[in-house]
Design a protein. Structure first.
Length: 436
């Protein structure tokens, strides 16, 4: 019996956007508990149901929930069910989606948008963060876009009610060369800011520029050996030309340990940063729960960056470091050097302290790859309540796979999908949205 599914027809909107080290630039800078099994909801089709954009391969194993789609290519943020029906869409008007948008427990949407004026234009640049109600009304607005800094890629609501966001901060060429940069241009270092939405005050921040090392010029500042200082960041490791940014693309907050996991494209690593420091301590090398200040607590993914001998996890780029709790993380390895992508579930070190060596590689506890799965940019993965994994393939659409790696559902929407998020139909976020 074939289940009829109404196809969706959309006008495609194409433009150049990037989320890896080949992003466009202009001018002198880039201008916990085990999953709870759920009973089958849908009846298995005979044969599998295929429509223009939805493919149901095993309905008995699909998580019957909603998917939030961040479709940057068509400038849309919408919530759909597994049959392909859009149950809600946020009207953006003339606002341009930058990258991330996520539904919060109170039914509001936290979204990164392109600011009206952008001086820094590497792929993923935003400049404006807003919180919207279901009708697109702006409940909160924060602009952070000047010639010297801009928000980009990712934004998250913290448990304390503050907003955390990635930013690029300009390091002028003369200042960069004074601390050993080999590049003949301004560098845009990675930074993280935490904003109090009641006052728009930046109450905490971390900047990579305070934690650099170089072995290029012994006469300049920060000279040293990275192998002896794996807690620091080699300013010269990445080939930044023509994209003078370290190019992080996502972060995830671990509330239990008060740390931030930051994925960094141009070095193929994940950096672990202590959030327990004060605003002042984060610019130093001591203080906080790990007494390292803002130095890296831990790093993994590409041991060659710190001249260590551990296992290389990511073949070039990686996206969406998604901390699951219980010491587990999902992350999308784009696999540019292999022409195939892999979703990894990692088991992180039980204790992050001075005893952890950069050669300690997280164990791979689950992975998924498929000959058809390859996205050189963006993408990510989230774990569903029934244990399945929802995978965003940036230039294809979305996959749902079981723990046994069976593909049970696909949504095809070529273009530029940044990420997708999943929600049960009885989730707080959905109840607050009041779809009926």
């Amino acid at each position: 019996m074939t289940r009829k599914i109404n196809p969706l027809f959309f006008l495609s909107l194409f433009f150049v956007l990037a989320c890896s080290n080949d992003d466009s630039t202009i001018g002198n800078g880039p201008i916990a508990e085990p999953p709870i099994a759920q009973p089958p909801i849908l009846n298995p089709p005979e044969p599998p149901t295929v429509s223009e954009d939805i493919e149901i391969l095993n309905a008995s194993l699909i998580h019957d929930g909603y998917v939030l789609i961040n479709d940057v290519g068509r400038n849309r943020v919408y919530l759909m069910d597994k049959n392909g029906s859009v149950v809600h869409e946020w009207p953006l008007g003339n606002r341009q989606l930058a990258m991330d948008a996520n539904l919060l427990k109170d039914g509001t949407l936290l979204i990164g948008l392109k600011s009206e004026t952008q001086f820094i234009t590497s792929g993923g640049a935003a400049g404006t963060i807003q919180r919207l109600d279901k009708n697109g009304t702006i409940l909160w607005n924060f602009n952070y876009s000047t010639e010297n800094h801009i928000t980009h890629h990712d934004v998250e609501l913290l448990p304390n009610g503050n907003i955390m966001a990635l930013t690029w901060e300009r390091l002028p060429e003369s200042d960069a060369k004074a601390i050993g940069s080999k590049f003949d241009f301004d560098i845009f270092t990675e930074a993280i800011i935490e904003i109090n939405p009641e006052t728009n005050e930046i109450v905490w921040e971390w900047n990579a520029k305070d934690h650099l090392i170089q072995d290029f010029d012994p006469a300049k500042g920060n000279f040293g050996t990275i192998s002896e200082n794996p807690q620091l960041i080699d300013i010269n490791y990445a080939d930044l030309n023509p994209d003078p940014v370290m190019h992080s693309n996502g972060f995830s907050y671990d509330m239990d340990n008060d740390i931030v996991y930051l994925s960094v494209n141009n070095v193929g690593e994940v950096w672990v940063i202590d959030h327990s420091t004060s605003k002042a301590e984060s610019a130093t090398h001591s203080g906080g729960n790990f007494n390292k200040g803002g130095d890296l607590v831990y790093r993994f993914g590409n041991p060659s960056v710190s001249k260590a001998s551990g296992e290389k996890l990511f073949q070039k780029n990686n996206h969406h470091p998604n901390f699951l709790g219980n010491g587990k993380m999902l992350i999308f390895s784009n696999g540019d050097l292999l022409d195939k992508s892999t979703v990894l579930e990692l088991s992180l070190p039980a204790e992050l302290d001075s005893k952890i060596s950069p050669t300690v590689t997280p164990a791979i506890t689950w992975s998924f790859e498929n000959p058809s799965l390859h996205a050189p940019k963006a993408s990510g993965a989230v774990r569903l309540p029934n244990g399945n994994t929802l995978i965003t393939e940036n230039d294809f659409g979305v996959w749902e796979v079981t723990p046994a790696k069976e593909v049970v559902w696909k949504y095809t929407q070529p273009g530029f999908i940044w990420r997708t998020y999943a929600f049960s139909k009885d989730a707080d976020e959905i109840k607050a949205l009041q779809l009926d």
